[in-house]
Design a protein. Sequence first.
Lengths: 113, 116
Amino acid sequence: RKEVEQDPGPFNVPEGATVAFNCTYSNSASQSFFWYRQDCRKEPKLLMSVYSSGNEDGRFTAQLNRASQYISLLIRDSKLSDSATYLCVVTPHGSSNTGKLIFGQGTTLQVKP
Amino acid sequence: GAVVSQHPSRVICKSGTSVKIECRSLDFQATTMFWYRQFPKQSLMLMATSNEGSKATYEQGVEKDKFLINHASLTLSTLTVTSAHPEDSSFYICSASAGLAGHEQYFGPGTRLTVT
């Protein structure tokens, strides 16, 4: 079983739509959680951290459910520029001094006009 | 934000040759650098973690004699793919971390390696 699992998609949505991505992780002792965005043939870039209380950054809302080992990302009012691959990232237990990141396969979003 | 560069951005080499990829932190001192590999439509896989002045720690399944990592200074780490084969063709990405909060990583733009 992969440590971080995502539906690879692609998700094809019209501009203005709301879209949600899900991610599950296998290690209940995982410490920190993030969503990264990766454009085609580019490096990943941090989109937002994910906290148990849920957090929002503009049109983006991230949620963490530790009991279910489940992370979500909600994008409201999709823009063409949101088209990218969204990577769910987890840090394993005890990694606070190593910085190790475990990446999911990514979910591809294509926003169409 | 912090800037990390990689060189070259793209390289094509013949099977059996070696290729060196450089990763530089341009405006901060990177105590730790990470090397990842990403095959098409797959996730980034951590290959190794390198700390300045010490030997790299390789992930399970990554051959340390094939992927030589050197982190000689706080701003430079190199990855050398020795005796490259077509199956080594991939996108290699480095990241650098400056602080004690190791999760704060800054990624380089990546190097696309094609072995013919």
